[in-house]
Design a protein around this ligand. Structure first.
Ligand code: GDP
Ligand code: MN
Length: 388
């Protein structure tokens, strides 16, 4: 689950990580009042579940309350498209006003789980700020990565390596040391999968000041992070992904494809996406209905898939183990009828009661193409999509 910047700031405050003074408002008038109260130059920032706001026009330095109010009225209620969002973007409902900090140097600092080594790692760069993605691409040597000892945390010699390569001034090293340790504590205690501070600023007095932060919490930790999960903002999520989550379906909408994929098991879903691409088409989504799926779940998955207007074909690739192929087939046929779906459906299905399942499909009026295996499914997909 993603948190907003203002929520992440509040959370990190509890771990003695302090940000410049800030306050959230959701109307131009509230923003005006906040700036009046601060009585200083401010930065006004769109609160959305996305990075890259600066480049997308979602962050502005405002000299006066009137400027800030004007910026707020242009932004609130609008959708912002960044390099991190899909082409629909995300809605701005709140703005964070912070006191302006003078920047001498911008550093990138994050803690993230590296799944390859099953451990938290620290990623840092002396070239923080809005171009960090470009730096990672063009000059990866400027990004350093350090592995945490999962019991002991970062060791002093490791932190020295970081401070050297980031060019942290000598006077600021103890502060940096504290910051890293507090961040790591926060990372572990909040079940984060990512805490990112970008930029971490060094000001002209050599103070270290975090200006932006982004936290991602492990969805599987909901049972013990109840207070944090109260902060969930469903308005920032793709509505279909939210609906899928409510049905315990793993659905991710993809930007460019036109093949709706219904699959059970994440591994099979990945393979299905590869096969779709091999056929010359692109998957419109990733949808894993899970191993022990039932008819209702299949129907909901179908409705979600076909509500995507980009979908022109369906590829259903299911292994009926605990789930029964006949119930899956009934679910698909009923949901197709309910949604008046008449586009081609390629079906690759194995397992329990698959014979009955195929009969249900063949007896239906749907445009069904049965595949013997996944390779055959790719061939069928290539042929229906090329109109042969
Ligand atoms: P992001 O683009 O979504 O990562 O949003 P940020 O909150 O990181 O803001 C983008 C950029 O705005 C930062 O990299 C800074 O260069 C600039 N910025 C943000 N806050 C301040 C501030 O207090 N003072 C100054 N001078 N620049 C700021
Ligand atoms: Mn940032």
């Amino acid at each position: 689950m993603n948190l907003h910047e203002y929520q992440s700031r509040n959370l990190l405050n509890k771990f003695s990580i302090n940000f410049p003074k800030g306050e959230v408002g959701s109307t131009p008038n509230e923003i005006y009042q906040i700036v009046k109260k601060f009585n200083s130059e401010v930065v006004v920032k769109a609160q959305i579940h996305s990075g890259g706001r600066g480049k997308a026009g979602g962050v502005k330095i405002c000299k006066t309350a009137v400027d800030a109010k004007k910026f707020a009225s242009e932004l609130i209620g609008k959708r912002i498209v960044t390099t991190h969002t899909d082409s629909d973007g995300v809605i701005v409902e709140k703005l964070l006003v912070t006191e302006l900090t003078n920047i001498k140097k911008e550093i990138y600092l994050s803690i993230v789980i590296d799944p390859d080594i099953e451990s938290p790692v620290m990623i840092a760069s002396s070239e923080g700020g809005m171009d960090i993605e470009k730096i990672a691409e063009d000059s990866p040597e400027k990004i350093i990565k350090i592995v945490f000892d999962s019991v002991l945390g970062l060791k002093p010699y490791q932190i020295r390596r970081v401070t050297n390569s980031l060019g942290i001034p000598k006077n600021s090293i103890p502060e940096f040391y504290n910051l890293v340790n507090n961040l790591y504590k926060a990372f572990i205690e909040t079940d984060s999968t990512l805490i990112e501070i970008n930029p971490l600023v060094i000001d002209e007095n050599e103070n270290l000041i975090p200006l932006d932060c982004k936290i991602n919490i492990d969805d599987d930790s909901q049972f013990r992070q109840k207070a944090i999960f109260e902060l969930r903002d469903k308005n920032q999520e793709n509505p279909m992904e939210t609906r899928a989550k409510d049905f315990d379906l793993a659905y991710v909408k993809l930007d460019k494809g036109n093949v709706g994929c219904m699959v059970n098991g994440a591994g099979l879903a990945m393979a299905t996406m590869d096969v779709t691409t091999k056929s010359g088409c692109f998957p419109a989504n990733f949808l894993d209905v899970g191993g022990s799926t039932d008819k209702e779940k299949i129907k909901e998955a179908f409705r979600i898939l076909v509500s995507d207007k980009k979908v022109e074909y369906l590829l259903i690739n299911l292994f009926a183990g605990i789930a029964r192929a006949d119930l899956i087939a009934e679910g698909v046929v009923e949901a197709a009828k309910e949604t008046s779906f008449n586009l081609p459906i390629i079906i690759c299905m194995r397992g329990t009661n698959s014979g009955v399942g195929f009969k249900i499909f063949n007896d239906s009026t749907l445009d069904i193409h049965i595949a013997d295996n996944l390779g055959h499914a790719a061939e069928l997909l290539a042929s229906v999509s090329s109109g042969n």
